[in-house]
Structures are given as structure tokens and as C-alpha cells.
Design a protein around this ligand. Sequence first.
Ligand SMILES: CC(C)(COP(=O)(O)OP(=O)(O)OC[C@H]1O[C@@H](n2cnc3c(N)ncnc32)[C@H](O)[C@@H]1OP(=O)(O)O)[C@@H](O)C(=O)NCCC(=O)NCCS
Length: 176
Amino acid sequence: MPASRIEYLADHPDLIPTLAEWHHEQFSYLSPGSSVERCAAHLLAQRGRSDIPTTVIALAGDQLLGSASLVTQDMDIRPQLSPWLASVYVAPEYRRRGIGSSLVRRIAGEATALGVERLHLYTPDKESFYLRLGWHTLEHNQYRGHLVAVMALDLVEGPASEPTGGEAGEEADPGR
Ligand SMILES: CC(C)(COP(=O)(O)OP(=O)(O)OC[C@H]1O[C@@H](n2cnc3c(N)ncnc32)[C@H](O)[C@@H]1OP(=O)(O)O)[C@@H](O)C(=O)NCCC(=O)NCCS
């Protein structure tokens, strides 16, 4: 397989139908009323560049490997939390090669560049994956019939932890 790279979905609209099928198959159990068409419509709406929402994809040559999105809202029982990392997905045959981690870090980087201080996600079964990427758990809760972890990643140092003495503090290095 050629080396993988991450690009904006906005530059590859032809890949939306494939990605929509993958997302529907993987995530529809958490989205009542989901369909491939609705997933495609969401992806169309979430194809910003350096913006919220945005979706990034992992590619090797022309082969789509996976995706991740940065969205304003992803959990209707926690409307006060925003923005969210959502729809992290790597096709089964390309997993356990670091691609999912790279997608998560890229979205954290996109959020940091936009001045976001805290990113959120929920996950039914990948809590340990995100813990290893520097995220922490805010709560466990029932959501749409599943026990999920609501997690956060702090992207910038708060004022209380900035060094004294007038020197510029180091920027946080999210998820690494
Ligand atoms: C979760 C998901 C995105 C991870 O994608 P991935 O590409 O396999 O992610 P990575 O390769 O970066 O990491 C996965 C594991 O492989 C390990 N790994 C990474 N590179 C590896 C390598 N070269 N050799 C062996 N293991 C490796 C990582 O340490 C990680 O271990 P952990 O799960 O115990 O933390 C993928 O499993 C997926 O799409 N699952 C279905 C959808 C889903 O659940 N998405 C999350 C919604 S919250």
C-alpha cells in the first residue's frame, strides 16, 4: 500500500457515496432513521475546509481508507458541549496501522487552529483508544440505548497553568 495521507473530503466529493455507505453500516445503530442517503447528505454538509464542520479523509493513492469529522453538535443530550469529533472510521482492512490515530490528531489540529479549547466525543466502545490519544472521560451515560463514554481533549493551556515570568508558554500538543 502506498503511504497514507490526510486530505479534506471537500477535495474528493466523488468519495462521498462510498463513505456514506461505510458510515451507515457502522453508525446507524446510534442514529435512528439513518439511511445511506442521509449519511451522504450529512457528509455533503460537513465538507468544510479549516472550518466547523469539516471532514478529513485518509487516502493511499486513490484508495479511501477512512475519515473523521469536526462538527458543532453530535450528542443531543449534551447541547452545551461543542465542538465534537465525530464519525471516526477506518475501513476494516486498514485498521491497526495508525490511520485512526492520525485522523483523530488531524481533527484536533484543525480544532486547535480554529482556537477551540476543548474538543468532545462520545464512544460506546473505543474509550481506551481515545485515552491512549490523550483524551479524558467526562462521564458515562446511557445514550440511545447504549452505555457510552463522553470524553474531552483539552487543546490549549488554561491561564492558571501558564508559566509566570513573562515567557511565552508552550502550546499544548494535543493527543500525542
Ligand atoms: C476506532 C478505529 C477508527 C481505529 O482505527 P485504526 O486505524 O485501527 O486506529 P490505529 O491503528 O491508530 O489504532 C488502533 C489500535 O491499533 C494499534 N496500532 C497502531 N498501529 C499499529 C501497528 N503498526 N501495529 C499494531 N498495532 C497498531 C494502536 O495502538 C491502537 O491500539 P488500541 O486500540 O489498543 O489503542 C477503527 O477501529 C474503526 O473504524 N472502528 C469502527 C468505527 C468506530 O468504532 N469508530 C469510533 C467511533 S467513537
